[in-house]
Design a protein around this ligand. Structure first.
Ligand code: LMR
Length: 392
């Protein structure tokens, strides 16, 4: 039977990790998979996370099962950061559960919307490739539209046209902040307008937050999303702790539902529990428990915020340096100064991406997406010169 299966191509982004590791050149530059890197190119464990792990190790007295909802202390501990200090449950209309990474949360959100009758996902593209892949795997269609109008602004008209094509119950997927892969986000005013459009079309908004704190600030990065949530009767939020707590391989995510009232909220969460049980039974515990310990300790929380601020500052320096370089070869780097977070897209074709890899040891996604965190004081000039070499 298994011979009937067609071979599948490995995930292009994850394959890039192996290609980079196999390259013997000492001065190679990794702008591929989305992980934060420090000035030395490392992705260290946060000091606040290390300390929280030690505390967890000393105090954890059981590893017995929790339930499909995971660690409720972790889930509730994140809520003031996502939804605001002032009534984070919005009068008892928001509840959540832990998931295996943000990916598990996105899968749960799509599956729940489908169980409620949704048939399609309205998706601005390019997007994180796994959004499309998860939707396809679940059996949802895609109503795609161009996320960006140019190198620095969103294409609002394309979003409006896509919403017009959707049916009530369809998903509207929006990136909370630091859009992956373009780095181009909606303004707060646009978020408010999208909320009106979504409500009128009776869509199920899914707000995917994977980079809180890496754009403009912990609060700033969710301002648009909070304005959106204040204006809609229901929505789902999918959250990843990969980047802002540096917990990538521990698979730490959360899923929240905002419902019109408590009865609908209970129904949604009971369905989400049942879907989680059928998919993964329970989320892995360690990372979520670590974040719970961290967020309950004022000193560790302050340290985590400091580390996050330093990361954001470094990303800002890289963006400013690229923007100041102006045009290199055929590429105008100025708009990168306006973008947020880890990613930006470069207007390079697949031959140029291959030439950067072969001739300069510079690794980036085939789409032209770069993870700017792979740049530092010692390689940024070489990167800019290499772009001129392959595009000039
Ligand atoms: C990325 O976009 O590079 C990251 O979110 C890693 C992943 O899982 O794709």
């Amino acid at each position: 039977m298994l011979e009937r299966l067609d071979p599948q191509a490995p995930d292009a982004l994850l394959a890039l990790i192996k290609m980079f590791n196999d390259d013997p050149r000492e001065d190679k530059i990794d702008l591929g998979v989305g992980v934060y890197r420090d000035e030395e190119g490392r992705t260290p464990v946060f000091r606040a996370i290390k300390a929280a792990e030690e505390k967890l190790h000393e105090t954890q007295d059981s590893k017995s099962y929790l339930g499909p909802e995971g660690d409720s202390g972790f889930v509730n501990g994140l809520m003031p950061y996502i939804f605001g200090d002032d009534d984070p449950t919005r009068g008892g209309r928001i509840a959540g559960m832990q998931t295996p990474g943000g990916t598990g949360a996105v899968r749960l959100a799509f599956a729940l919307a489908q169980a409620a009758g949704g048939k399609s996902v309205v998706l601005g593209e390019p997007s994180w490739p796994n959004h499309r892949q998860i939707a396809k795997d679940i059996g949802l269609d895609i109503i795609g539209f161009d996320h960006a109008a140019d190198a620095a602004t969103t294409d609002f008209g394309a979003l409006e046209a896509a919403i017009e094509k959707a049916q009530p119950g369809d998903v509207l997927l929006l990136h909370g902040s630091s859009h992956n892969p373009t780095g181009i986000d909606y303004t707060v005013e646009q978020w408010e307008r999208i909320a009106e459009l979504s409500k009128a079309a009776q869509l199920v908004p899914v707000l995917d937050i994977a980079y809180q704190g890496l754009g403009e600030g912990l609060e700033e990065d969710v301002a648009g999303m909070r304005a959106f949530l204040a204006a809609v009767p229901e929505a789902m939020v999918t959250y990843s702790c990969d980047k802002n707590f540096g917990l990538y391989r521990d698979r730490v995510g959360a899923f929240y539902v905002l419902a019109a009232d408590r009865d609908i909220l209970d129904r949604a969460i009971s369905n989400a529990n049942s879907l989680a049980r059928a998919n993964w039974s329970m989320p892995p515990d360690h990372g979520g428990a670590t974040v719970r310990v961290l967020l309950r300790d004022a000193d560790l929380t302050a340290q985590w915020k400091e580390e996050l601020t330093a990361m954001r500052g470094r990303l800002r320096w890289i963006r400013d340096t690229l923007a100041k370089a102006g045009t290199t070869g055929a590429i105008d780097l100025t708009p990168l100064g306006e973008h947020n977070g880890l990613f930006s897209m470069l207007p390079v074709d697949s031959d140029q991406v291959a030439a950067l890899r072969k001739d300069h040891g510079i690794y980036m996604a085939g789409s032209g997406r770069i993870n700017i965190a792979g740049l530092n004081e010692s390689n940024i000039d070489r990167f800019i010169a290499a772009l001129a070499d392959v595009t000039g």
